[in-house]
Design a protein. Structure first.
Length: 335
């Protein structure tokens, strides 16, 4: 749009004088009529001056508004395009030129030429909707591959409608790059799937471990009830030392069978605990302190600590923050 001329009043005067020259002269009015006509002309001249001032201010505001629009259009960090009614690019900001990989400018090119062939029907439906709507419309589509690869975009378009025309005079379109968002969503979805699979596997493992622990506890409980408790009842009733010793041997044998899995595992090639270390480990598992272990085994406190350190080393606990008693109890219920 061109600016209003600064000498609008002079231009109007010239046009008025031209009209007067082209119009025939009326008979000269009398003095009274002339004064009335003169006053009307002065009022009309003042009205024209006010209108001229308003038009000049409106033109100045329009120029400022257009300058602001151009600045915003080119400074926006997203791709902005102005299209004519046929979809031809008439204006594009720097971000659009960069995003569409154009070093020579986008003017006079059809935007559809940048769209991947399988999405062109989506593109046409999008602009058909924008032609009939007064509100912005959007769609997702892929741009044609280039040197930088294929990009998914979210396209927003609004038709530039005039009140007296059904067909828009053009379109304002923005392109939002979705590639980064989609990559992040895919990565996040992949992590969620892995977390879900891990949780399912962990749940199954815990359920199996709980089941195994319950079965082992039941087995130990039944063994103690059936094999150990009857012997202890007989021990309470007997006065014979010989019979008592025999019963104690039987109890010891039964207890050895019940705990054989734990003892065998600790003494296996995997861990290779010595006899003394097995004795210390068994007392640690039962919750005995180092001083109590020293008294029960008739060894020094430093010897107990020496054996405990060796046990931790052989079990791979040297650099781990886990109590030896807790680990040994877990081993006792593990298959």
């Amino acid at each position: 749009m061109s600016a209003w001329p600064s000498n609008l009043g002079d231009e109007l005067r010239k046009r008025a004088e031209k009209l007067i020259d082209e119009s025939p002269l009326d008979p000269p009015p009398d003095t009274a009529d002339a004064l009335v006509l003169l006053e009307e002309l002065r009022v009309y001249q003042a009205e024209l001056q006010v209108q001229n001032d308003d038009l000049c201010r409106a033109q100045e505001e329009l120029v400022q508004s257009q300058a602001l629009y151009r600045s915003l259009f080119h400074l926006l960090p997203i791709s902005c395009l102005h299209l004519d009614p046929t979809g031809r690019i008439t204006q594009a900001n720097a971000e659009a030129a960069r995003f569409l990989w154009s070093k020579t400018g986008l003017g006079d090119k059809f935007l559809v030429s940048y769209v991947a062939s399988e999405y062109r029907e989506v593109f046409r439906a999008h602009f058909s909707e924008a032609s009939q709507s007064l509100d912005p419309v959007k769609c997702n589509l892929a741009l044609a591959p280039s040197g930088e690869g294929r990009a998914m975009v979210e396209m927003h378009t609004i038709g530039l409608h005039n009140e007296d025309k059904e067909v828009p005079e053009g379109f304002l379109t923005t392109l939002v790059d979705l590639s980064g968002h989609l990559a992040f969503e895919n990565e996040l979805q992949g992590k969620n799937v892995k977390i879900h699979e891990t949780n399912v596997a962990l749940k199954v493992l815990l359920e199996n471990r709980d089941q195994e622990r319950m079965e082992l506890e039941e087995s130990v409980r039944a063994s103690v009830k059936q094999l150990v408790m009857p012997m202890l009842d007989q021990l309470r009733l007997t006065d014979s030392r010989r019979e008592r010793d025999a019963l104690l041997d039987v109890v010891e044998s039964h207890l050895a069978k019940i705990t054989s899995g734990f003892t065998q595992r600790l003494s296996s090639v995997e861990f290779g605990l010595s006899q003394r270390e097995l004795e210390v480990a068994a007392l640690v598992k039962e919750g005995k302190t180092s001083d109590q272990i020293a008294d029960l085994l008739c060894i020094s406190h430093s010897a107990v600590m020496f054996h405990r350190n060796n046990i931790r080393k052989k079990l791979g606990l040297k650099s781990k923050k886990i109590r030896l008693a807790v680990f040994l109890r877990q081993m006792s219920i593990s298959p």
